[in-house]
Design a protein. Structure first.
Length: 78
């Protein structure tokens, strides 16, 4: 599973990254969480508002920080 957090490195981006790591830990998923801060790469996903969560190259959430429980549901759906 490939998980990416798209964003400039702002407080919300850091919060999303922390929530993703907590969700993975709680689910027992050993996934690498990659931070993407390059605006060209972010734009390539069609994301206009950060932070964004990308799982296996599919944008799942953007423009807000989902809670750990929501992220767990997203990861379980894959």
């Amino acid at each position: 599973m490939k998980i990416k957090v798209l964003g400039s490195g702002c407080a919300n981006c850091k919060r999303l990254e922390a929530n993703v790591k907590k969700a993975c830990e709680q689910l027992g998923i050993n996934a690498k969480v990659e931070k993407v801060q390059d605006f060209g790469e972010i734009a390539a996903y069609g994301v206009i508002s950060t932070p964004a969560l990308v799982v296996d190259e599919e944008v799942k959430v953007y423009g807000r920080v989902p809670e750990v429980e929501e992220i767990k549901k997203i990861l379980e759906e894959r």
